[in-house]
Design a protein around this ligand. Structure first.
Ligand code: SAM
Length: 438
């Protein structure tokens, strides 16, 4: 037996491969499976960070790495398990500062330990071929020509499905920021916390090691570390919430309103980030929030998210927003944070861009229109409705709002905004504030 065969497999790389396998075979979500895998392998600190970067990068960037790997193959067929090892190796060679010899030898060890001796020569040969060029040269080699096919080029260079690039370009309205947006999708966001008003303060969160957000008065960007270790987060007085989501909740809570302002509705509340901020605000203003969510297990997540809000200020129910249990005109303010393609939050979930299909958007648009109509029916004359998505796709955003405004004769637009990761450092949240005519 050779000495090589006995060399122990690097635990971070083994853990990263477990994540790729779970995502490919079980359709797991990388961000949910990662903590379990890290625990299983006993990884913490730098090793955990390495495993996270390896897994996230290889999953996110395989739209670029696969053509590179294919260009180095002599035979077209590749076992999926071997391709996963090659994706991890290619990520180390092209996007990380891992020395070539370490990236190649650890990948050979990994395939030997997990698949067998058979493909170790192939992994060695392919990764040696990958290592002979840098990232830019490989993009020139495998991506369509930038001048002839700009979206096709960016789809490969920035590893996004082509149809997603086309929809994001349409949402931006021009191509000049498209590369910056796609690059922002490939960078993991820093953790942002929200200090739920009346329950925690931004000063308390800053003291845990963070910096205030530019636009939300309740946001703090964490310098690093585990957010769950911050006492206010552990107690539900604060939470992890993107600044864009905070701004959407604030658009609902702060829209000018005449007359009664006591009954608030969050129509699609699960898992409850916005509901928790809204409930805390409602409590301070003498209002109460009904947090509605169709899926019971997600309604349970809402209950957990609002656990620190005094009882009486918030009620959580599991119900279908398309078959409302309330009398029309009941509410003063309504948020409809609609189920959407999530194409504005690609930086959070490495695999999500590969799981969606154009048909998903077509189906969602129908649901979004019905839910917005239901929200407008639920609000009293003079009341406000905020329609929001974590997608910038025109059909899911302005397309919905314009269609509903055009069809109904009882609604006016107050304002709308679109946030962008590359401009605002937030998810690409869309929000439109509408008012039922008095
Ligand atoms: C974008 S998420 C909402 C995120 C949430 N507002 C937050 O900040 O945590 C959309 C939610 O709508 C729920 N949903 C989907 N169809 C629904 C319906 N017909 N009625 C109520 N909720 C629905 C989904 O289960 C999902 O939890």
């Amino acid at each position: 037996m050779s000495e090589r065969r006995h060399r122990p497999v690097d635990r971070a790389r083994r853990a990263a491969l477990d994540v790729l396998t779970a995502v490919r075979v079980d359709e797991a979500y990388a961000n949910l499976v990662l903590p379990q895998v890290l625990r299983k392998h006993g990884l913490t600190g730098r090793d955990a960070a390495l495993a996270t970067e390896l897994a996230s990068g290889a999953i996110r960037m395989h739209g670029l790495y696969d053509p590179v790997i294919d260009a180095c193959l002599t035979k077209p067929r590749l076992q999926p398990e071997v391709r996963d090892v090659l994706r991890l190796g290619t990520h180390q060679l092209l996007s990380m500062r891992v020395p070539d010899h370490a990236a190649i030898s650890t990948s050979v060890d990994l395939v030997r330990a997990t698949v067998g001796r058979g493909p170790s020569g192939l992994v060695n040969a392919v990764l040696r071929a990958v290592s002979r060029r840098g990232l830019g040269d490989w993009i020139d080699e495998v991506a369509p020509d930038r001048a002839a096919d700009p979206h096709g080029h960016l789809a490969v260079a920035r590893s996004h499905p082509r149809w997603v690039v086309d929809l994001l370009a349409e949402a931006l309205g021009a191509d000049d920021e498209l590369d910056a947006l796609l690059a922002a999708d490939n960078a993991a966001p820093r953790v942002t916390l929200v200090a739920r008003p009346g329950l925690a303060t931004v000063e308390e969160l800053e003291a845990a090691g963070g910096t205030r957000t530019a636009r939300s008065p309740y946001g703090v960007v964490l310098d690093g570390g585990d957010p769950a270790a911050v006492p206010a987060v552990a107690e539900g007085r604060a939470g992890v919430q993107d600044e864009g989501s905070q701004l959407v909740a604030l658009a609902m809570a702060d829209a000018p309103l005449e007359g009664r302002d006591e009954r608030w509705l969050d129509l699609c509340a699960g898992p409850g980030g916005k509901a928790a901020l809204l409930a805390a605000l409602a409590e301070r203003r003498g209002a109460s929030l009904l947090a509605n969510e169709r899926q019971p297990h997600r309604a349970a997540l809402v209950s957990s998210a609002v656990r620190a809000v005094p009882a009486g200020a918030v009620h959580v129910v599991a119900g279908d927003g398309m078959r409302p249990a309330w009398v029309p005109g009941t509410f003063d303010r309504v948020l409809v944070d609609a189920p959407c393609s999530g194409l504005g939050a690609l930086r959070r979930r490495p695999e999500s861009r590969w799981r969606r299909a154009p048909e998903d958007v077509e189906e969602l648009v129908v649901l979004q229109q019905v839910l917005l109509d239901g929200a407008l029916d639920a609000v009293r004359p003079g009341g406000v409705v905020v329609y929001a998505t974590c997608s910038p796709v025109v059909a899911e955003t302005s397309g919905i709002v314009d269609a509903v405004l055009g069809r109904r004769g009882d609604t006016d637009e107050v304002e709308r905004f679109q946030l962008w990761p590359h401009r605002d450092g937030t998810d690409a949240m869309f929000a439109a504030t509408l008012r039922r005519r008095a």
